[in-house]
Design a protein around this ligand. Structure first.
Ligand code: GLU
Length: 445
């Protein structure tokens, strides 16, 4: 890492002790930015990096609620409003027991660059809670969401901060959150949240967008080598919204997706995963993935273990951060993997990224490859602002154009800075330069 940037990085890390994922995200970005600062000394003079690493605002609050047994439960709520140079803070809410300030900051920091890459007018933010929705009734989830919004409402708005979903937050939770916001404010302010239901201000394609976008981006990477998804053997980790839609799109593009996972184990289905069955089990019944192998002839379930052992020519990690380590990367490389597209945020550990890149594997980092979700959220905001709703086809075409644009911008930037094919460097520099320019123009704030 460039010595000037290393000094700034060390100060940032010391100021944010114990936030390992945030440190990891910062280090990865800083490792790309040396050549930018050689060309743009004004970024150093303007302390752009120091400012970018300090969130504009961090909100932490108590979320009390009552469970079905009448017991009081206390959770912690977060919203980190990281950077508003390009637009209102934008980013999802994650409900998962692992959520803490460091996790929310890493996600918010990544979101700044991701959102910049989309070309849409959105800043970066993230939030969530350590609430665990698993095993909770609809009533419990509703009461939790209402309590969460009873504090959050004062901080958000269509011109201020626009949350959406992430792990543990889907259409059901966005519905309860929107209802409570509307009730408290007495405003039908559609643009305050994205990921809404289609009859009350949502956008077609938003549920599919992150997974679809990851596959579209990865397909663009494959095309640079004269390849495509057609005929590939694909393994996807996770079995939530991103994973399911990545599986569906990869199969539409002619691939066979042979495996996916949840936190207990993974399924292998050599005939190609049956998406309607997977959706029924995961989205309608909210059951465990193991159930798939019970109902699908020929499929098997592996308790524990690593889904990457199923072997793939294209790997799409779509579960969560740091899920794919150097050992798994080495196994994928030995098995002849051609491309890896991150559907989740930072799923590949640094040594895994290094292993892929050392072997010439096409590697699409999350802030580029999974930007389709937030990009389509911005399209939802556009439809809300114009009180319009677009067709599936029109919206999907917009998503495709955005993903191809992100791919091309990352590739062109990597080339311009002397590292052709390095999508990590290309994404970091292209995203950073856009935000840095806007921050300098807006003065010392
Ligand atoms: N949580 C998603 C992400 O990581 C989507 C955020 C949004 O739509 O605002 O980008």
């Amino acid at each position: 890492m460039d010595a000037r940037l290393a000094a700034i990085r060390d100060t940032v890390l010391a100021r944010n002790p114990g936030e390992g994922e945030f440190h990891q995200a910062i280090t990865e970005v800083f490792e790309s930015l040396g050549p930018v600062h050689d060309r743009h000394p004004e970024f150093l003079h303007g302390a752009v990096l120091e400012r970018l690493c300090e969130p504009e605002r961090q909100i932490i609050f108590r979320v009390p609620w009552t469970d079905d047994q009448g017991q009081v439960q206390i959770n912690r709520g977060f919203r980190v409003e990281f950077n508003s140079a390009l637009g209102p803070y934008k980013g999802g809410l994650r409900f998962h027991p692992s959520v803490n300030l460091g996790i929310v900051k890493f996600l918010g920091y990544e979101q700044i660059f991701k959102n910049a890459l989309t070309g849409m007018p959105i800043g970066g933010g993230k939030g969530g809670s350590d609430f665990d929705p698993r095993g909770r009734s609809d009533g419990e989830v509703m009461r939790f969401c209402q309590s969460f919004m009873t504090e959050l409402y004062r901080h958000i708005g269509e011109y201020t901060d626009v949350p959406a979903g992430d792990i543990g937050v889907g259409g059901r939770e966005i519905g309860y959150l929107f209802g409570q916001y509307k009730r408290i404010t007495n405003r039908y302010e559609s643009g305050v949240l994205t990921g809404k239901g289609i009859s009350w201000g949502g956008s077609l394609v938003r549920p599919e967008a992150t997974g679809f976008g990851t596959v579209i981006f990865t397909n663009e990477m494959l095309k640079t080598r004269g390849l495509s998804f057609d005929g590939q053997r694909v393994v996807v980790s996770g079995s939530g919204n991103v994973a399911i839609n990545a599986i569906a799109k990869a199969q539409t593009f002619g691939a066979t997706v042979v495996a996916c996972s949840d936190s207990s184990g993974y399924i292998v289905d050599e005939a190609g995963i049956d998406v309607p069955l997977l959706k029924e089990i995961k989205e309608v019944e909210r059951a465990r993935l193991k159930e798939y192998s019970v109902r699908r002839p020929g499929a098997r379930y592996v308790e524990g273990g690593s889904v990457w052992d199923a072997g793939a020519t294209v790997a799409l990690p779509c579960a969560t951060q740091n899920e794919l380590d150097g050992g798994a990367a080495a196994a994928l490389v030995r098995g002849g993997v051609l491309a890896v597209g991150e559907g989740a945020n930072m799923p590949c550990m640094p040594d895994a990224v290094a292993a892929f890149q050392a072997d010439g594997v096409l590697f699409g980092p999350g802030k580029a490859a999974n930007a389709g979700g937030v990009a389509t959220s911005a399209l939802e905001m556009q439809q809300n602002a114009s009180r319009d709703s677009w067709s599936f086809e029109h919206t999907e075409n917009r998503l495709t154009d955005i993903m191809v644009g992100i791919h091309d911008a990352c590739a062109a930037t990597a080339e311009e800075y002397g590292s052709p094919g390095d999508y990590v460097l290309g994404a970091n520099i292209a995203g950073f330069v856009k935000v840095a320019d806007a921050m300098l123009a807006q003065g010392l704030i």
